[in-house]
Design a protein around this ligand. Structure first.
Ligand code: FES
Length: 247
């Protein structure tokens, strides 16, 4: 689908975890799992200057959902949105996870708000058995919608109050899967991707970056890879492990 600017309206926007919100907004178009939109709920002359890139959490029946964490001025303004408020959406941007090519046993591995794109991804996987591994600081959130979409949900927390105390990567045996899909903090994704690459298992990572244009025009999100410089917004945000990591 071509990238377009949409004037949307907020349906709901509620907290679902510590500093984490679920935003539902009107959108009649399509999107692929792993793609993102640039969100803006403030005027062009108002701070912050840049729109906020947020990945698609779900997309169905004319409703687009975003799961996002409040991290600064832009996301705080998003968190203040009420039903009926106007919201500009630019997208869908970037590529997505290659869900139609994935078969067999799939590990979905999330760190914190990296969970966001994995719900729609789990919904779009066909002929697959998926397990979800997710790491949180403390109390888990936004896991209920995965019921019925994944076979098991394994949780790791920093505090140990829920699930395994430690890293989510401690729980994953990548060799037990036909494909690994991951999103979250860079260190976690690199560890996950390298364990899959060592086991010869295809792995896809969804990178995060500060973005200005979101369409590959400003080079603001470019980074060095073993295959030269790539932009997160246009070449990604989804990359195969070997595109971005060398063993
Ligand atoms: Fe402009 Fe990626 S944000 S090139």
């Amino acid at each position: 689908m071509p990238v377009k600017l949409y004037s949307s309206k907020v349906l709901s926007n509620r907290p679902v975890g510590p500093g984490v919100f679920l935003l539902k907004t009107i959108y009649e178009g399509a999107a692929a799992p792993g793609q993102f939109f640039m969100l803006r709920a403030w005027g062009t002359a108002e701070a912050p200057l840049l729109s906020r890139p947020i990945s698609v959490h779900d997309c169905a029946d004319g409703i687009l959902c975003f799961l996002y964490e409040v991290r600064g001025v832009g996301t705080a303004k998003l968190a203040a949105l009420r039903p009926g408020d106007k919201l500009s959406l630019t997208g869908p941007c970037g590529n997505g996870f290659p869900v139609s090519a994935v078969k067999g046993r799939v590990a979905l591995v999330a760190g914190g708000i990296g969970l966001a794109p994995l719900l729609y991804t789990a919904k779009c996987l066909k002929n697959c058995t998926a397990d979800l591994y997710c790491g949180f600081r403390d109390e888990p959130y936004a896991l209920d919608p995965f019921a019925g979409l994944v076979r098991t949900i394994e949780v790791a927390t920093d505090t140990g109050r829920f699930g395994h105390k430690g890293f989510v990567t401690d729980l994953l045996d990548a060799a037990a899967y036909d494909c690994v899909i991951t999103c979250g903090p860079e260190v976690m994704m690199e560890k996950t991707a390298k364990s899959a690459m060592r086991a010869g298992v295809p792995v896809y990572v969804s990178k995060e970056a500060k973005m200005a244009c979101g369409i590959g025009a400003c080079l603001g999100c470019s980074f060095e890879t073993p295959m030269g410089r790539k932009s997160v917004c246009k070449d990604g945000p989804v990359f195969s492990g070997s595109e971005v990591y060398a063993l």
